[in-house]
Design a protein around this ligand. Structure first.
Ligand code: GLA
Length: 412
């Protein structure tokens, strides 16, 4: 059973009819305001944390100066609550002038001057989830406006569009208008999540033709429980979700909450590892001005980022759930340049205490008969196991509510 699961991982198809704007060839990386900063618009009481151009400029500075940009994080994404409460006299959206005195164009220029990209947010339907003006009646005008401003990514939400059946028409219209602008704009769609919520069957072929990334499931919150419930959903739906992911198209389990208030260091490693295994966008929602070094190191770990960003874009899956509460997740990473790494395994634990797990590569269903031995590397402890014959037993100790992430390939 494991062997066939491994084969499936390696043969994962790549979303053949995918949207072709040349973007998201690997899962996008960056920063997104929502989970941490929400709809805090009170800049008088809370100038440091309100949704304002200053917040995005400060995050851009941190991305550049603290090594995130060099590690691959490039998008700085605005979420809900950036707009003025109404459109202008020409029906155009514009940013709240007090919180965004430079306008979105000015902010985009600043972000671009740092070598970064700017993402923005709208919704299908007349209002955003927080009640600000949205794009329902103005898809074409808004696509043009975003392109004029120099926007590089668009998240289109939709909670106030009560008839979810209209989304399979409305989102593709927006794709058409974005393409017509001539500006490559990475398109992030919330459409499948709303269809799921309404019990409407999701046509993932259509989703992949029209969106680069898409939300499948409920919003992440700042808790381990929330991370677990998201992982459960992706395990449950993996046979549907794995085949639609590939270069240009990725399932989006929502933001990284690493460095926020609730995850322990081990839980943070687990979120990072699982998001890499899932070929998920790595969009941090945290405060890069105050994050502590142990969380920053997790976000900047170049070996876990290399797994996430493997060019083949194959989404991994759960291949074993054992009764002890240990799971074994596997992703094929056949295109890691300059290494012999071909697979990543996450040993993922839901237990309340550390647990040792003994196995061999052969037992794990890897192609042991064709391979003389493996070379394995423990991504977070940065420890090389060295040469391992396929049938040699190894024991890993998995932290409680945590992960051991191993990257490995045939020994040379
Ligand atoms: C929805 C989305 C979130 C966020 C909020 C903003 O809940 O799923 O990611 O964008 O709206 O209001």
């Amino acid at each position: 059973m494991w062997a066939s699961a491994v084969l499936l991982v390696l043969l994962g198809s790549f979303g053949a009819n995918a949207l072709d704007n040349g973007l998201a060839r690997t899962p996008p990386m960056g920063w997104l305001a929502w989970e941490r900063f929400r709809c805090n618009v009170n800049c008088t009481a809370d100038p440091k944390n309100c949704v304002s151009e200053k917040l995005f400029m400060e995050m851009a500075d941190r991305l550049v100066e603290d090594g995130y940009k060099d590690a691959g994080y490039e998008y700085v994404n605005i979420d809900d609550c950036w707009m003025a409460k109404q459109r202008d006299a020409n029906n155009k959206l514009y940013a709240d002038p007090e919180r965004f005195p430079s306008g979105i164009k000015g902010l985009a220029d600043y972000i671009h001057s740092k070598g970064l990209k700017l993402g923005i947010y709208t919704a299908y339907g007349n209002f955003t989830c927080q009640g600000y003006p949205a794009s329902g009646m103005h898809l074409e005008l808004d696509a043009q406006t975003f392109a004029e401003w120099g926007v590089d990514m668009l998240k289109m939400d939709g909670c106030k569009q009560m008839d979810r059946h209209t989304m399979k028409k409305g989102y593709p219209q927006m794709t058409k208008y974005l393409n017509a602008t001539g500006r490559p704009i990475l398109f992030s769609c919330s459409w499948p999540d709303y269809e799921r919520g309404a019990g409407i069957p999701i046509n993932y072929t259509l989703v992949a033709e029209n969106c680069n990334i898409w939300r499948n499931y409920v919003d992440i919150q700042d808790s381990w429980q929330s991370v677990l419930s998201i992982i459960d959903y992706y395990a449950k739906e993996q046979d549907t979700l794995v085949p639609v992911a590939g270069p240009g198209n990725f399932n989006d389990p929502d933001m990284l909450i690493i460095g926020d208030f609730s995850l322990s260091v081990e839980q943070a490693k687990a979120q990072m590892a699982m998001w890499a295994i899932l070929a998920a966008p790595l969009l941090m929602s945290n405060d890069l001005r105050t994050i502590t070094p142990e969380y920053r190191d997790i976000l900047l770990n170049k070996d876990v980022i290399a797994i996430s960003q493997d060019n083949a874009g194959i989404m991994g899956k759960r291949v074993l759930q054992n009764p002890d509460g240990i799971e074994f997740w596997l992703r094929g990473i056949p295109k890691q340049q300059g290494t012999n790494r071909e697979w990543a395994i996450a040993f993922f634990s839901r237990r309340k205490e550390a647990k040792s797990f003994t196995s061999s590569f052969k037992d794990l269903g890897l192609p042991a008969d064709k391979v003389e031995g493996f070379d394995a590397y423990d991504v977070f402890s940065k420890y090389y196991w060295g040469y391992m014959p396929p049938d040699a037993n190894f024991t890993v100790t998995i932290p409680p509510n945590g992960v051991r992430l191993i990257a490995f390939g045939q020994a040379e």
